[in-house]
Design a protein around this ligand. Structure first.
Ligand SMILES: NC(=O)c1ccc[n+]([C@@H]2O[C@H](COP(=O)([O-])OP(=O)(O)OC[C@H]3O[C@@H](n4cnc5c(N)ncnc54)[C@H](O)[C@@H]3O)[C@@H](O)[C@H]2O)c1
Ligand SMILES: [Zn+2]
Ligand SMILES: [Zn+2]
Length: 362
C-alpha cells in the first residue's frame, strides 16, 4: 500500500516551489521508507530549482535530513523499523572501480531507491540527490540510512546529511588539515562555517574566514574563525598573507564555487599548500590560470564531493562529538520552519539572512 504525503516540488526552472501531494511506494527489495523529522534547506536545493544541476524536472527537493525508518523492503539488514537515521547520498556500491581499489568515498555508482515517487497524477519525481526529504515520508535505498545516536535532535543531526558534512569533510578529509596549520575559508554559509568548525576540530591554529557579508563573518567567529576578511572591500589574498607572515595559508577552501573566489583561494595559499573546491560552480563558469603557477606553487588542487565522507564512519563520529559539546551542530540552525516555508527560506538564503533554515515535521 503506497503512502500519500505532502512534499515540496520544483516543477520547472526558476518557478517558485509548491507543496504537492506525492505518492511514496511501499519499499521494494533493498529499500526503506523513512518518516522525515527534520530537513535543512541547502543551497543545492536552490541550484536544482534554478535548473543548475540538470533538467529532470519535477524535482522533489530536500536532502539534508534525519528521521525514523518506518518500513523496510525484502533483504534489508542494515536498518530496521524504528531506527533513528541520517539520510546520506553516498550509499556505496562496493563494486565499482573506485570501491574496488578501496576508495569508497569516490564510489561512482552509489545506490538510490529503484522505485520512483510520483505526483498524484503518476508523474515521476526526481528526488534531489536521490533523497527528496522535504516530505513527510521518503523512499530511499536502505544504504542511504545511517544510524546515529538518537540523543541528537533531528534538526541538528540531519544537517550532517549534506552541507555540514561537505564543509567539515572538505577541511578534515579532502584538505587533511593538521594540528597547527593555517586555513582560509571563502564563503561562510552553512558549508563554509562547517569547514571552519572542521578545521578547528582538526587543530588548525589560524582560521581565516572570508565573505562579502559582515553578518556572515560575525557568525564565522562562533565556529572558530580566528581572523575575518570582508573581500568586498579588501584584497583577500593580501589580507590572508598579512595574517600568515606573508606566506599564505596551508589550506584554502572555496565554499562558494565561483571563478573569482577560486582564483583568490588559489593565490592565497602557501607553497605546497592545498586548494579545495567544495562550492558547486554552474555550467557556464570558466577559469584561466597561468600553468606555471599551478606547477610552481606545488601542493594540490582538489575538489571535495560531499567532503569525501563515508557516512557510516563520519556521521556517528560527528554526532558523538556534537553530544560531547565538541562540534557545534545547533549553531547552524538559524530557524525552524514548516513545509510551506521553503520558498521563503530560499529568499532568506539568497539575502544572507540565515545559515540554515530547517523544515520540521510534526
Ligand atoms: N561539494 C559538495 O558536496 C557540496 C555539498 C553541499 C553544498 N555544496 C555547495 O556549497 C556552496 C555553499 O553552500 P551553502 O549552503 O553554504 O550556501 P550559502 O548561500 O548559505 O553560503 C554562501 C556564502 O558565500 C558567500 N559569498 C557569495 N559570494 C561570495 C564571494 N564572491 N566571495 C566570498 N563570499 C561569497 C555568501 O555571502 C554566503 O555567506 C554551494 O555552491 C553549494 O551548492 C557543495
Ligand atoms: Zn562503488
Ligand atoms: Zn546539500
Amino acid at each position: 500500500m503506497a503512502y500519500e504525503v505532502k512534499g515540496v516540488v520544483a516543477r520547472s526552472k526558476g518557478a517558485p516551489v509548491t507543496v504537492e501531494t506525492i505518492i511514496v511506494p511501499d519499499p521494494g527489495p533493498g529499500e526503506a521508507v523513512v518518516d522525515v523529522q527534520a530537513c535543512g534547506v541547502c543551497h543545492t536545493d536552490l541550484h536544482y530549482r534554478e535548473g543548475g544541476i540538470n533538467d529532470e524536472f519535477p524535482f522533489l527537493l530536500g536532502h539534508e535530513a534525519a528521521g525514523v525508518v518506518s518500513a523496510v523492503g525484502a533483504g534489508v539488514t542494515n536498518v530496521a523499523v524504528g531506527d533513528y537515521v541520517v539520510l546520506n547520498w553516498r550509499a556505496v556500491c562496493g563494486e565499482c572501480r573506485a570501491c574496488r581499489r578501496g576508495e569508497l568515498q569516490y564510489c561512482f555508482n552509489t545506490h538510490n531507491a529503484a522505485q520512483k515517487m510520483t505526483l498524484a497524477d503518476g508523474t515521476e519525481l526526481t528526488p534531489a540527490l536521490g533523497i527528496g526529504a522535504f516530505a513527510e515520508k521518503t523512499l530511499v535505498h536502505s544504504g542511504q540510512c545511517t544510524k546515529v545516536n538518537p540523543a541528537a535532535p533531528p534538526t541538528a543531526a540531519g544537517l550532517l546529511g549534506c552541507g555540514v558534512m561537505a564543509g567539515a569533510g572538505a577541511a578534515m578529509n579532502t584538505g587533511a588539515v593538521r594540528r597547527g596549520e593555517s586555513v582560509a575559508v571563502f564563503g561562510c554559509g552553512g558549508v563554509g562555517d562547517a569547514a571552519i568548525a572542521g578545521a578547528k576540530l582538526a587543530g588548525a591554529t589560524t582560521i581565516i574566514a572570508v565573505d562579502i557579508d559582515d553578518r556572515k563573518l560575525e557568525w564565522a567567529k562562533q565556529f572558530g574563525a580566528t581572523h575575518t576578511v570582508n573581500s568586498r572591500n579588501t584584497d583577500a589574498v593580501e589580507a590572508i598573507k598579512g595574517h600568515t607572515n606573508g606566506f599564505g595559508v596551508d589550506v584554502a577552501i572555496d565554499a562558494v564555487g565561483h571563478p573569482a573566489v577560486f582564483e583568490q583561494a588559489f593565490n592565497a595559499r602557501d607553497l605546497a599548500g592545498r586548494v579545495v573546491l567544495v562550492g558547486v560552480p554552474t555550467p557556464d563558469m570558466k577559469i584561466e590560470l597561468p600553468l606555471l603557477e599551478i606547477f610552481g606553487r606545488g601542493g594540490a588542487v582538489k575538489s571535495s564531493w560531499y567532503g569525501d565522507c563515508l557516512p557510516s564512519r563520519d556521521f556517528p563520529t560527528l554526532v558523538d562529538l556534537y553530544l560531547q559539546g565538541r562540534f557545534p551542530l545547533d549553531e547552524f540552525v538559524s530557524e525552524t520552519i514548516g513545509i510551506d516555508d521553503v520558498e521563503a527560506a530560499f529568499e532568506k538564503m539568497h539575502h544572507g539572512d540565515v545559515l540554515r533554515s530547517v523544515v520540521v515535521f510534526k
